[in-house]
Ligand binder design. Structure first.
Ligand code: PLP
Length: 376
C-alpha cells in the first residue's frame, strides 16, 4: 500500500526527527526550571537556550520571548493587554484573534485578500480613543502575506498598538520583529515541525506585558505556570531548523505554482484565491466550482491525500470560510480546499494531488461547474 500523502501542514506539520530526539531526551529528565538545585538549573538552561532559538527565528532578543501553550494563548494574551481599548481586526484574522477581540471593528481586505490600508487609515481617524490593531502576517487559508510593516506605521501614527499573528508565517518566510515594528507577535511551534501546545508571544520592550495567567512568577512574571520544558526545548530546535531551512521551504513555491497551473489547465473554471498577491510558498487555496469542499476533502482522503476545507483549526465542523467571504468569493467559498506542503513534501505529493483532484473534477465537477446544481 502506498503511504498517504500529507498536504495539510497549515493545520499541523509533522515533528522533525531532531525535535522528537531532543524532546524524548528531555522527557526522560527531571527538573522544574524554578528549582534552585542542579536539576532545576539544567531545565532553566535548556529553556533559555530555546528562548534564544525562538528569538533568533524572528530577529528578536531573547528577553522579548514569552512562552505560552500555543498560538491561541499568545493571541489571547496580546489582546488581553488592551481590554479597555477599541480593537480593529482584519476581516481575515484567525478565530483565536477574532474570538479574543470581542466586538472588533473590521478592517476589510481586497479581492486578493490583502488588508485595505486606506480603510485602516480612515477607521483609525475616527474618534474613539486608544486602539489596538490586529493584522496577521500571513493568512492560514490562502497564505496571502499582509503588509504588516505598513499597518504598524499607520497604526503607530495614530497612537495605536499593533498585534501580529505570525503563526503561519514563521518558518515559511523570513521575519524581522524590529523591522515589522509591531508591539506583539504570536508564534506556534506545531506549524514549523515542533510540538503542539507550545507557542510564544514576542513582546517589544516598550510594552509592559500584564499576565493573563496569574500565580507563580514564571516567564518573568508574564505567564504563570510551570514551564513545559520538553515542549519548549522542541520548539527551540524546530525554530532553529526552520530558520536554517527557510530557503528549502521557499522552493515549495515552484511545486505549488506548477500544481496550480496543472489544475487550472484541467479545469479552467477553477479559482486560486490570492494568486495575485504575495503568498506563503507552501499554501494554495483552490476552488472546484460546483463541488462542496467537504466532498473534495473526503474524496481526496479516500484517494490517500490529506488536505483541508477552509480553516481546520476549530475542526470537525466545516463552516463557510470568513476569509474567502471577506475576499468576495461568494458561493465559491464553499468549494475551496486548502493544500499546504512543508518540510517533508516531495514533488510526488503534488503529483498525487493533481491526479486525485483532476479525477474528481472529471467525475463530479466538469458537468456541474456553471450549472445551477447545488454543491454536493
Ligand atoms: N493563528 C493562526 C493563523 C493559525 O493558523 C492557528 C492555528 O491554526 C493559530 C493562530 C492557533 O495556534 P495554536 O494551534 O498553536 O493554538
Amino acid at each position: 500500500m502506498t503511504m498517504p500523502t500529507y498536504l495539510d501542514y497549515n493545520a499541523t506539520a509533522p515533528l522533525k526527527p531532531a525535535v522528537v530526539e531532543a524532546m524524548s531526551a528531555a522527557l526522560a529528565e527531571t527538573g522544574n526550571a524554578s528549582s534552585v538545585h542542579r536539576f532545576g538549573r539544567l531545565a532553566r538552561r535548556a529553556i533559555e537556550t530555546a528562548r534564544g532559538q525562538v528569538a533568533a527565528l524572528v530577529g528578536a532578543s531573547q528577553h522579548q520571548v514569552v512562552f505560552t501553550a500555543g498560538g491561541t494563548e499568545a493571541n489571547n494574551l496580546a489582546l488581553a493587554q488592551h481590554r479597555s481599548m477599541r480593537v480593529l481586526a482584519s476581516a481575515i484574522e484567525h478565530e483565536s484573534v477574532l474570538g479574543a477581540a470581542g466586538d472588533a471593528v473590521v478592517i476589510p481586505v481586497d479581492r486578493d485578500g490583502r488588508v485595505d490600508l486606506n480603510a485602516l487609515e480612515r477607521l483609525l481617524g475616527r474618534e474613539g480613543g486608544p486602539a489596538l490593531v490586529a493584522v496577521m502576517l500571513a493568512n492560514n487559508e490562502t497564505g496571502v502575506i499582509q503588509p504588516v510593516a505598513d499597518v504598524a506605521r499607520i497604526a503607530h501614527g495614530h497612537g495605536a498598538f499593533v498585534h501580529c499573528d505570525a503563526v503561519q508565517a514563521a518558518g515559511k518566510i523570513a521575519i524581522d520583529f524590529a523591522a515589522l515594528g509591531v508591539d506583539t507577535l504570536a508564534l506556534s511551534a506545531h506549524k514549523l515541525g515542533g510540538p503542539q501546545g507550545v507557542g510564544a508571544l514576542v513582546v517589544a520592550d516598550r510594552v509592559e506585558l500584564q499576565p493573563m495567567l496569574r500565580g507563580g512568577g514564571q516567564e518573568r512574571g508574564r505567564r504563570a505556570g510551570t514551564e513545559n520544558t520538553a515542549g519548549i526545548i522542541g520548539f527551540g530546535i524546530a525554530a532553529e531548523l526552520a530558520a536554517r531551512d527557510i530557503e528549502t521551504i521557499s522552493r515549495l513555491a515552484g511545486l505549488r505554482d506548477e500544481m496550480e497551473a496543472r489544475l487550472r489547465r484541467a479545469a479552467p473554471e477553477s479559482i486560486v484565491f490570492g494568486a495575485a498577491a504575495p503568498r506563503l510558498p507552501n499554501t494554495s487555496c483552490i476552488a472546484m466550482p460546483g463541488v462542496a469542499a467537504e466532498t473534495q476533502v473526503m474524496a481526496l482522503d479516500l484517494a490517500g491525500i490529506a488536505v483541508s476545507a477552509g480553516s481546520a483549526c476549530s475542526s470537525g465542523k466545516v463552516k463557510p470560510s470568513h476569509v474567502l467571504a471577506a475576499m468576495g468569493a461568494g458561493d465559491l467559498a464553499g468549494n475551496a480546499i486548502r493544500v499546504s506542503g512543508g518540510w517533508r513534501s516531495a514533488p510526488e505529493d503534488f503529483d498525487r494531488l493533481v491526479e486525485g483532484w483532476t479525477t474528481l473534477w472529471a467525475r463530479l465537477g466538469a458537468n456541474r461547474a456553471g450549472s445551477a446544481a447545488p454543491a454536493a
